[in-house]
Write a protein that binds this ligand. Sequence first.
Ligand SMILES: Nc1ncnc2c1ncn2[C@@H]1O[C@H](COP(=O)(O)OP(=O)(O)OP(=O)(O)O)[C@@H](O)[C@H]1O
Length: 344
Amino acid sequence: MSEPVLSVRDLRVEFVTRRGILKAIDGVSFDIAKGEVLGVVGESGAGKSVTGSAVIGLIDPPGRIAGGEVRLGGQRIDNLSPEAMRRVRGKRIGMIFQDPLTSLNPLYRVGEQLVETIQTHTNLSNAGARKRAIELLAEVGIPAPERRIDGYPHEFSGGMRQRVVIALALCAEPELIIADEPTTALDVSVQAQIISLLKRLGREHGTAIMLVTHDMGVIAETADRVAVMYSGRIAEIGPVRQVVQTPLHPYAKGLMGAIPTLVQSSDDRLVQIPGSMPRLSAIPPGCPFHPRCPHAWDRCSRDRPDPIQHAEHRVACHLYDANDPTAKAHMIHTHAPLEEGVAS
Ligand SMILES: Nc1ncnc2c1ncn2[C@@H]1O[C@H](COP(=O)(O)OP(=O)(O)OP(=O)(O)O)[C@@H](O)[C@H]1O
C-alpha cells in the first residue's frame, strides 16, 4: 500500500490546569490514505476536535502535545516551528469548520478572498486567479459563479457559504482536509448535499479527509473508514461498513445502536448506553469504558487495553484478546445483542 497522506502515532495531548494535568488525547494512532475519508466519531468531549487541532498544530497553552508523531506525506509536522506549521496549514492542509464565518472575512467579497488565496499558492495573474476562482465556485456548486464571485459572505445562504469555504480550502490543492462538524449548523436537507460534495471532491482531487462529527448518519454516508473515540482514545477503527454493521467494541455497539433510522417502528427504541463518559479529571484506570460496560471484568478496571487487530477492525478491548483464556467467557455470559462479534 502506498504511504498514507496522514499518519498519526501514539498522539498525546494534555491540558495543564489547576486541577492537575488532564490527558485529553492518550495514545491515538491512525492513518488516512489519498482520497480516503476517515470519519472520527464519539460523544461530546471524546477528543475529536482536539485530535484535529493537534494534527494542524493548533493546540495552544494550557494545552500541549505531550508525545507521539504526526506525519504528512511522510514528513514529521508535529515538531515544526510555528511559522513552518502555518505554511503547512495554508498550503498542505485545508480546514473546514462548523461555522463558515470562521474561515470567511465578512468585509471582503468572496472573490477577493479566493483570488488572494489562489495567488498565495500560484503565480497566476489577477485575471487568471479570478478565472480559477470562478471554476472552483462552479465546482462546488455555486450557481452563476461569474456573478456570485462579487458577492459578500452575508449574501450567501449557510449552505452556499459552506460551499465557498470548501472552494477556499481547495485553492491550494491541499493533501489533507480536516472538516470539523462541517454540516452541524446547516439545515438537514443541505447537510446531505455538502457531505456528498466533500466526498466527491475528496475522490476527484485525491485529498485525504478527516471528518470530525458526532453524527453517525453522516459517517455512514460519507466515510470509508471510521474511528470511534472514547475518553481521548480510539475504541475501535475500521472500514465504515464493518464498524457500523458489526461493531466489536461494546461502546461502538451502543453507539451504532443509537443511529436513528428513517423507518422506525414504534417498538424500536434508540439504544442508550447507561451512564456518561468520565470527566478528564476522573478517567478510571484500565479501560475508561469499563464502568459502563456490560462485559467488564476485573481485568478491565486494572489493565489498559491495547488495540488488537480483529479481522478488519482494530479494537481496544480485552474481550478480543486471544491470549486471555477468560475473555471469551465474559463475552458469552452477557446479554444477546452484544454477542455477534465473539472472539475466536
Ligand atoms: N483549552 C482546554 N482546556 C482544558 N480542557 C480542554 C481544552 N480544550 C479541550 N479540552 C478538553 O479536552 C477534551 C476533548 O475535547 P474535544 O473538544 O476534542 O471533544 P470533542 O469530542 O470534539 O467534543 P465535541 O463534540 O463537544 O466538540 C474535553 O474533555 C475538553 O473539555
